[in-house]
Design a protein around this ligand. Structure first.
Ligand SMILES: CC(C)(COP(=O)(O)OP(=O)(O)OC[C@H]1O[C@@H](n2cnc3c(N)ncnc32)[C@H](O)[C@@H]1OP(=O)(O)O)[C@@H](O)C(=O)NCCC(=O)NCCS
Length: 147
């Protein structure tokens, strides 16, 4: 098992399948993910074992802030520490790139993800009312990074 920071085109169908499983209402399509290949601000971290994608996470570098776009783990591989490994890789990148903070939005009902991010020191800094489909609130989470 390795975590690579290279998003390969051949991973994208598998990533799109995990997206659908993880985010049935808001999944990124293969086309959206393919567009990320040519987005210089996008950075992906992919956990792969024998060419099978197990987990991934992406962030966009916007000025000196990192906006986490997605983190997801294949359903049958959850609770094995893979999301934590992806976040470790993201944090290492963010610090070496000189970013001053990481931010993300997560569904208020997503207690697993909120716990994961809190473990990494993220704090809940805001609430966007009815952000998802006009019905579900988004919690804004932020992690300040030391230079
Ligand atoms: C949230 C998600 C990424 C966690 O991935 P994971 O690989 O299972 O997470 P880890 O094994 O690294 O767990 C790290 C910590 O997260 C928290 N956590 C993870 N899953 C949890 C769950 N089902 N319930 C409560 N806490 C949970 C725990 O604090 C856990 O630490 P512990 O195992 O020592 O208790 C995964 O459940 C997933 O892909 N969910 C669907 C997509 C999603 O919601 N992504 C985040 C949206 S921004």
């Amino acid at each position: 098992m390795e975590i690579t920071d290279i998003l390969r085109a051949e991973y994208i169908p598998q990533i799109a399948a995990i997206e659908k499983e993880a985010f049935p209402d808001t999944a990124w399509s293969e086309k959206m993910l393919l567009d990320e290949l040519s987005n210089p601000l996008a950075h992906y971290f992919v956990c792969v074992k024998s060419d099978v994608v197990l987990a991934y996470g992406g962030l966009h570098e916007v000025a000196d802030e990192g906006q986490i776009t997605n983190v997801a783990v294949k359903k049958d591989k959850r609770r094995c520490g893979l999301a934590s490994k992806i976040l470790d890789a993201m944090l290492e990148f963010a610090v070496s790139a000189g970013l001053f903070e990481l931010t993300l939005e997560v569904k208020e009902s997503n207690f697993a993800a909120r716990a994961l991010y809190k473990n990494f020191g993220f704090t809940e800094t805001g609430l966007r009312k009815n952000y998802y489909g006009g019905i579900e609130n988004a919690v804004l989470m932020t992690l300040a990074l030391k230079p």
